[in-house]
Design a protein around this ligand. Structure first.
Ligand SMILES: Nc1ncnc2c1ncn2[C@@H]1O[C@H](COP(=O)(O)OP(=O)(O)OP(=O)(O)O)[C@@H](O)[C@H]1O
Ligand SMILES: [Mg+2]
Length: 321
C-alpha cells in the first residue's frame, strides 16, 4: 500500500480526535536536512510501527515532534487534535498529550523515580501558558472566561483531615497506589520508585522506566523510540504487555522498532518504513514480516533508491576530521 492509500484508510477509521497529523515535515540537524518531506497521521486508538534502517531519521522525527531544539523544523506542519504543536515548547506539547519514550534515556542523579514522575504529573495539570490573544479580548479587556481549569486531582501536600489531624494527602496515596500498580504491571520491583532516575539501571530497566512513565502520564499520543532495544526475550513480552494494557481508544502509539518480535505482541494497525528521511512504504503488519525476511534492500531496489542516495548524507562533510 502506498502512503496516500494508508492515509485514506486512516481517515476512514473510527478513532478519537484527529490525532497527530504531520504534513510535509522537513527537519535539519546541525544544518543538514535529515527529514525531507514526511507525512504521517496517528490517531488515538491506533498503533503505528515505524521501521527503517539506521540513520534514516526515525529518532529525528520523534525528537523534532517533541520539541528538542537540536532538531530544527524548516518547513511543514504538525498538529495534535487540530492544534499546531510546532510553536509550543516541549512541556506544552506534553500538556496537549504528546509523550516521548527515549531511545537513549538520561540519568538524573539525585531525583527518585517517584518524585520525577509525580513532578511530571503535577506539571501536566498546571495551566498552560496563554498567549495575549487568549487572555485579552479584541478590545484589550481581560477575558472573564480566561480562567484556567486547573485539575485538582493533585492537591498540595499539607492535607489536614477531619478534626484537624494532619494526614497523608489522599492524592499522594492515590499516586503511590497507581505507581505500585504500574510497577507491578511492568514487573519492576517497588524499590525502583526510590532509586534515582536511570542511575545504574540496566538497558532493559531504562526501557521499562520509559514505559512506566507512559503508563503514569497517559498521553494521547505516545511515541516510543525503540522500547525493545537491549531487552531480553522475556522483557520484550513484559514491556509489550505494558503497552497493550494501555491500548484503547484514548491513546495512539507510534512505535519505533527494528524488529518484528515486539510487533508479535503489540500488533500494529499500520507499519511504515522510513528511508533517507522519507516514508517510502506503508502497510499493515505483513510489511514488518516482509522486512524481517528480506531486509531493506528489496524495498530500495523496488523504489530505485541507491545506497549512494543515502550515503550522500555525509557528502558535504570535510574529508578530514
Ligand atoms: N543530535 C544529533 N546530532 C548530530 N547528528 C544527528 C543528531 N541526531 C541525529 N543526527 C543525524 O541524523 C541522521 C538520522 O539519525 P536518527 O537518529 O534520526 O536515525 P534513526 O533512524 O533513529 O537511526 P537508528 O535506527 O540507528 O536509531 C543520522 O545521520 C544522524 O547522525
Ligand atoms: Mg533512532
Amino acid at each position: 500500500m502506498v502512503q496516500s492509500e494508508v492515509n485514506v484508510a486512516v481517515a476512514d477509521k473510527k478513532s478519537v480526535g484527529e490525532g497527530l497529523v504531520v504534513k510535509d515535515l522537513h527537519v535539519n540537524v546541525e544544518g543538514r536536512e535529515i527529514l525531507k518531506g514526511l507525512d504521517l497521521t496517528v490517531r488515538q486508538g491506533e498503533v503505528h510501527a515505524l521501521m527503517g534502517p539506521n540513520g534514516s531519521g526515525k529518532s529525528t522525527l520523534v525528537n523534532a515532534l517533541m520539541g528538542n531544539p537540536t532538531y530544527v523544523v524548516t518547513s511543514g506542519t504538525a498538529a495534535l487534535n487540530g492544534e499546531n504543536i510546532l510553536n509550543l515548547p516541549p512541556d506544552e506539547r506534553a500538556k496537549v498529550g504528546l509523550f516521548l519514550g527515549f531511545q537513549y534515556p538520561s540519568v538524573i542523579p539525585g531525583v527518585s523515580v517517584a518524585n520525577f514522575i509525580r513532578t511530571a504529573l503535577v506539571s501536566l495539570t498546571k495551566p498552560r501558558a496563554r498567549s495575549e490573544s487568549d487572555l485579552l479580548t479584541e478590545t484589550g479587556e481581560v477575558r472573564v472566561d480566561g480562567q484556567s481549569k486547573e485539575n485538582t486531582d493533585l492537591k498540595p501536600t499539607s492535607y489536614v483531615g477531619r478534626g484537624g489531624v494532619a494526614r497523608s494527602n489522599p492524592a499522594i496515596k492515590e499516586f503511590r497506589k497507581n505507581l505500585r500498580e504500574k510497577l507491578a504491571l511492568l514487573k519492576m520491583d517497588e524499590s525502583f520508585a526510590t532509586r534515582y532516575v536511570n542511575d545504574g539501571f540496566s538497558g532493559g530497566e531504562k526501557k521499562r522506566l520509559e514505559v512506566l512513565q507512559m503508563a503514569m502520564l497517559k498521553p494521547k499520543i505516545a511515541m516510543l523510540d525503540e522500547p525493545d532495544s537491549g531487552l531480553d526475550i522475556d522483557a520484550v513480552r513484559i514491556v509489550s504487555e505494558g503497552v497493550n494494557s494501555l491500548r484503547g481508544p484514548d491513546m495512539g502509539v507510534l512505535l519505533v522498532t527494528h524488529y518484528q518480535r515486539i510487533l508479535n505482541y503489540v500488533k500494529p494497525d499500520y507499519v511504515h518504513v522510513m528511508i533517507n528521511g522519507k516514508m517510502v512504504r506503508s502497510g499493515g503488519p505483513e510489511l514488518a514480516q516482509e522486512l524481517e525476511q528480506q531486509g531493506y534492500d528489496w524495498l530500495r531496489t523496488d523504489l530505485g533508491i541507491e545506497a549512494d542516495d543515502e550515503s550522500e548524507r555525509g557528502s558535504n562533510d570535510d574529508d578530514n576530521f
